[in-house]
Design a binder for this molecule. Structure first.
Ligand code: PLP
Length: 373
């Protein structure tokens, strides 16, 4: 038995980190690939439907995969501070990995529209939290401007080392299945993650992709083929924040799925390349559909993800029903973040199943028997 020490140690030969580079890690990665059992029966799907539950990373989202690699590289280069714009999860991860590394994290978050759990994480890990009177896109623009002169390393997904860490999720899926799935569905905000998965799948198949933004001279790592074939990449956006469906930036993005409330995606070209090279597509889900799917998954399978994450399963189920994803396919949906980050959204949706009774045996028994009959 060797202790698992995070994805950089696990996949160093496939990452741009020389053996002597010290990994800044919290043991991220190795998240479960859960095979859904009740939902496929419910919808009459005879293929295999999996969720990659990234909410079980150390800070509760897939951003940890990108942050271990971005912070490892920043520290390796001698950086003393990192900065990011965030809808919440990037700031939580940046704050945690910066504290682990003993450096400073500056995070720019939009006023309101951030899940309380995520804000609490940034604060508890000691980040400098700058709340701006604007949305994520404004924050991203400001981060780029400030980083031109201030001695800080940007750890948003425009930092190519972020995607290098995130591509390892595709490695884990290929290893778990012994092959690539037929379809891989993801929620899309900045489109870094769909890009990262595509890089990962391509490298597992020993194939080239135009999606890789890491400068060629830094790609000193193995891309030896492990399997043949890559999945079709399918990206789902929230209807009120769907620039990939509109064909260009959306000015005032609006959605309950705050993690993907982004109007001007930073990985625009790379994500289009992933869609085209894979033969996949982009589509959108309404807020209502997203919240319904979040509850459906929690009730039917015992998996609680955040609203943005549910967009992947929401779209996948719709495409399965429409036959766009053929019956019998192997499908993986990434659940990007943990539902516990934003309990408010559930409470607001109504506490079905909550029964109030006097503190008396008879009353409790009656409540039980009413439900069992
Ligand atoms: C960041 C995030 C996304 C969007 O990922 P992109 O790489 O920006 O497309 C989706 N869901 C959750 C929970 C996130 O934190």
């Amino acid at each position: 038995m060797t202790r698992y020490t995070g994805l950089i140690d696990q996949y160093r030969s496939r990452l741009p980190f020389a053996p002597e580079v010290r990994a800044i890690s919290l043991g991220e990665g190795r998240t479960p690939l859960i095979k859904l059992e009740n939902i496929p029966k419910d919808v009459g799907f005879e293929g295999e439907l999996y969720v990659k539950f990234e909410g079980l990373n150390p800070t509760g989202s897939f951003k940890d995969r990108g942050m271990t690699s971005a912070v490892t590289q920043a520290v390796h280069e001698g950086s003393r501070a990192i900065i990011c714009a965030s809808t919440g999860n990037t700031s939580a991860a940046a704050a945690a990995y910066a504290s682990r590394a003993g450096i400073t994290a500056f995070v720019l978050i939009p006023e309101g529209k951030i899940a309380l759990g995520k804000l609490a994480q940034a604060v508890v890990h000691g980040a400098v939290v700058v709340q701006i009177q604007g949305n994520f896109d404004d924050g991203m623009r400001l981060v780029k401007e400030v980083a031109e002169t201030a001695p800080v390393t940007i750890v948003n997904s425009i930092n190519p080392f972020r995607l290098q860490g995130q591509k390892t999720a595709a490695f884990e899926i290929v290893e778990a299945l012994g092959r690539a799935p037929d379809y891989h569905c993801l929620p899309v905000g900045n489109a870094g993650n769909i890009t990262a998965y595509w890089i990962g799948y391509s490298e597992m198949a020993g194939m080239e992709t135009a999606s890789n933004s890491l400068p060629v001279e830094l790609r000193k790592y193995s891309t030896a083929a492990v399997v043949s074939g890559r999945p079709k990449m399918v990206g789902f956006q929230a209807a009120g924040a769907a620039p990939f469906l509109r064909g260009g930036p959306v000015k005032e993005p609006e959605t309950v799925a705050t993690a993907i409330r982004i109007g001007d995606p930073q990985s625009w070209n790379q994500a289009w390349a992933a869609q085209k090279e894979s033969g996949g597509w982009f589509d959108e889900c309404s807020d209502e559909e997203i919240l319904k799917t979040q509850r459906y998954l929690a009730e039917k399978e015992g998996v609680f993800c955040e609203p943005a994450s549910a967009a992947s399963l929401c779209g996948a189920l719709r495409d399965i029903k429409a036959g766009k994803i053929p019956n019998g396919s192997t499908v993986v949906c990434t659940l990007t973040g943990n539902g516990l980050k934003d309990p408010d959204i559930i409470v607001k949706g109504g506490l079905q199943g909550l029964i109030q009774v006097p503190a008396a045996r008879s009353a409790v028994e009656k409540a039980l028997l009413d439900r069992l009959s």
